[in-house]
Each structure stands twice: as C-alpha cells, then as structure tokens.
Design a protein around this ligand. Sequence first.
Ligand code: ATP
Ligand code: MG
Length: 399
Amino acid sequence: MLVHYHEIGLKGGNRPSFELKLCGNLEHALAGLPLKSVRRLPGRIVVTFEPAADPAEVTERLSWVPGLESFSPARRFGLELDRVAEAAAEAVVSRMPASFGVKARRGYKSVPQSSQEIGALVGAAIVARTGLPVDLKKPELWVRVEVLPREVLLYLDRHRGAGGLPVGTAGKVVALVSGGIDSPVAAWRLMKRGARCVFLHFHSHPFTDAASQEKTLEVVERLARIQGISVLYSCPFAELQKELVARAPAPLRVILYRRFMVRVANVVARRERALALVTGESVGQVASQTLQNMATVDAVAELPVLRPLVGMNKNEIVAEAERLGTYEISIQPHGDCCSFLMPRKPATTSRPDELAALEKEWPVDEWVAATCARLGRRLVQPPGAVAPREAMLAVDAIV
Ligand code: ATP
Ligand code: MG
C-alpha cells in the first residue's frame, strides 16, 4: 500500500514527529494482519504485507485511519522498468478502459530514465498490447508508477482516506459518550483532528438497566478501531441523581446533571492530562442544548468544552453516524431517561448564578468526590484485535 498523507504536509518542522506518529498508528490499525513493514519516505509511507493479507480487510482498516489522504494497493518490482511496463499492460488489459494515461514519478535517481521517459516507456507497452488511446488530461484510467530507491511501485486504484491529522498529535480530550447518536460522531470529529479520546460514560444503574453501558462499550469498540486501544471511564450516577431529584426544581434537573457530569469530567481530565472536554451537543436540538444552558454548564468546566456538532442538523449527524458504523448501535433501545429522573418540561433557559445559588446550599465537592470514587476505568480494544474482548473486560478496575 502506498499511503499519501493529508495535512501533515503543512506541518513544517514538526513533520517527522507527525509522520512517526502516523506510522505507529498504521501499525496499530493493521494489528493482527500479516504485515511486513511500514516505511517512511519523503511525502509518503509504504506499507508492505505478506501475500496472505486480505486486501478487503486492509482497505477497510486503512479507510478509518485519521491523517491519510489516500492509499493505493500497489505491486512492487525491482528496478526493472521493462517488467513494470509489461505488468502495467497486463493490468490495463484486465480493465479495458476507454482511454488511459500514465503518471510516472521518479523521486530518486535509482534508474537512469527521467519521469517522462518512464511514462513514455510504460505507455508504449500498454498501447502495443491494447491499442487503447492515450489521454493525459482526463483518461478513464490512470496508471501510476513510482520509482523508489530500490524498487518500483505500480498502481491503478486510489482509495480516499479519512483525512485530517494522526491521532495523538493534538493531545488528549475527554469525550462524554452517552450511547446516543451524537456523541460518538463528536468524538470521531476530534480524533480526525489528531486528538486521542478518553471516553466517559454516566449511567443510572440501578434506575435503568445495563443497556446504556453495553451500548457505550460497543460504540467505544467501534471507535477503538480508529484510535486503537482506548480508555473508557464509567460513572455510576444514580446516587447523585437521587440527591438532585430530591432537592432541585424539576425543570432544572437536566442542566444540573450536566453540571455534575462536567465536574466529574474535570477530575477525569486532570487524571488523564486531557486538554479539553467534548460533547455531542448541537444548538437547539433538545431543551438542554440551548445557548443559555450551554453557558450555564460551561461555567463549571475547568477546560474548554468542545462541541464539534454545534452547527449540524440531526440528519447530517445521522448520516455521519451511519458512515462511522455507530448509528446501528446507538439506535438500539435503552432506558436512558427513566421518567423518575427526567422532568417533563426541562428549562430551556438558565443562568450560571441561578444554578450556583442553588448549589451553594449543597455539599457539592463531597458529592463529586463520592461519585468519582465510584468511577470505573477499563481498556477497550477493537473487536478481533490481539486479545479477546473477555480479557479486556477483566481489566475493569476501580480507580
Ligand atoms: P447523544 O446522542 O450524544 O446522546 P443527545 O441528543 O441524546 O446526544 P443529550 O442527551 O442532551 O443529547 O446529551 C448531550 C451531550 O451530553 C451528549 O452528546 C454527551 O456528550 C453528553 N451526555 C449526555 N448524557 C450522557 C451520559 N449519560 N454519559 C456521558 N455523556 C453524556
Ligand atoms: Mg443522549
């Protein structure tokens, strides 16, 4: 596979570290497949496999690695251009397009011919074999040849990569994931900008069943395919919710839950040295997601609260969740809002000082500390990867 990367090209002096990070991420993404080597060349990465590698599986995995602009399954040859030309003609015969063009690139002077001469040589072999017309502007099929220091690559297809930046180049964020449709998409958006997500889920067990936790685990497994082994914190929230239900006016409950979620997220972020929090909110989607309520929640955050979906419509988010493969998981029913916890008419507007005045009467720090003492932390890895899921579940530990 010849991998071309996305915005890394823009990073000047940081470029080598970005490239190294991407190489490591590629190795993780391809773990378990018969991989031979991942090599860094100026402007590109060459990944080689044992013959047993399944091209469909490789393509699927690579398509989710942030930072790739494109990747192309290529055939490798020694520095023998005649053999390359012959193989190119063979490959074109199997496609028989209406027209073709050859793009040759000699980044190294490992063969005497210039890029142009290589293009002409390969093109002539294809014409001799097929009689097809050459079109160097908009051919139906591009035949690409890349000359490397000790080998030549030949390829016809180019798959689009996920784009963005390699995970791990932007630092860590704590992504609040609910088991709903939106939050996994929000996390994905940040991964694509180079952030590594630490996941945090709040559940109301025993008021609700374990479905939201199961769903969240599945969602995080899906996302772990993109960023590799991931950390998932799960927070039993029922005790705290019980206190809030007993003491606060019903319309303010949801906004209070959010403020306490953020306080717990502050603690997790400190522990993980994360640089921001991430939520799946978008303006006006539900009562708790008005601009006023967002400000009221942000008032207790110690870090920026990033809301990458803030300007998106639900149907746009759903389409992205479908592409991501989390939609199917998210729409499974779960007892998110048992009627006892959720008010019938949540407030659409609130002020930080109003909530602060209410909370001043309560032992907020104590509640947060008690809730954090119940936090569970587990490692989640992509399905089918090195260790079976059961083994990972066993890592579940109280921190
Ligand atoms: P989602 O599909 O992400 O659940 P939603 O439309 O259901 O979004 P809300 O339930 O209002 O929206 O939640 C808004 C955001 O708050 C979520 O996107 C998520 O980031 C965070 N959040 C809500 N509930 C939880 C939870 N139980 N655990 C962790 N984060 C949560
Ligand atoms: Mg939700």
